[in-house]
Ligand binder design. Structure first.
Ligand code: SF4
Ligand code: SF4
Length: 179
């Protein structure tokens, strides 16, 4: 499949999965930690109870998709090259505690909320890929909203990730685990 055809297929997939990964999460983010799971340098000055670190890793072509929907300067996102399909290397966007997400606003809101990555929609549920590429999940126990995180929403997210698995290369799964 050509690069253009692969991108078109991924954008179509992203449109659908972003719709599916919405719902009543039960998370009380603004009330409990004002979205401090989003990487931000200011976290270092917050009390320990609030220093929840969210590493956000985008799906193949998700960075291109979100950048097309927002006005963000592409240079502001961190990127890593990954073989997303046989012989096709593409840049994946990511952010971690050392590199604040450029979509995070000064008042700790997501500036790309409508188009935010699946990884952000899933947190504190996080996919884990085994050595054989198998998909499992874990909950980030430092999230202060874990007690209200809706079980039905978690199951909904797991289904989205499971449906996505055949489209994620082994190289992507390895990079996801490592970042
Ligand atoms: S998901 Fe949890 S850690 Fe992240 S902003 Fe919401 S309450 Fe905070
Ligand atoms: S895209 Fe939005 S929700 Fe995701 S890490 Fe950035 S600011 Fe947070």
């Amino acid at each position: 499949m050509s690069h253009a055809a692969l991108q078109a297929a991924w954008w179509q997939r992203l449109e659908k999965l972003h719709q599916r990964a919405e719902g009543a999460s039960g998370l009380a983010c603004a009330a409990r930690c004002t979205a401090r799971c989003c990487p931000h340098a200011a976290m270092a000055t917050q009390p320990p109870a609030y220093t929840v670190s969210h590493v956000m890793i985008m799906l193949p072509f998700e960075m291109d998709y979100i950048l097309a929907k927002t006005a963000l300067d592409p240079a502001r996102l961190r990127k890593i090259s990954v073989e997303i399909a046989p012989g096709l290397v593409h840049e994946i966007g990511f952010a971690n505690v050392a590199t604040p997400c450029p979509f995070l606003t000064a008042d700790f809101r997501c500036g790309a909320y409508r188009f935010r990555p699946l990884d952000c929609r899933s947190f504190p549920l996080t996919p884990v890929f085994g050595m054989d590429g198998a998909l499992d999940f874990r909950l980030t126990t430092t999230c202060p909203s874990l007690d209200t995180f809706a079980h039905a929403y978690q199951e909904q997210l797991k289904t989205v990730w499971r449906d996505l698995l055949p489209h994620l290369s082994m190289a992507y799964r390895e990079v996801y685990n490592q970042l």
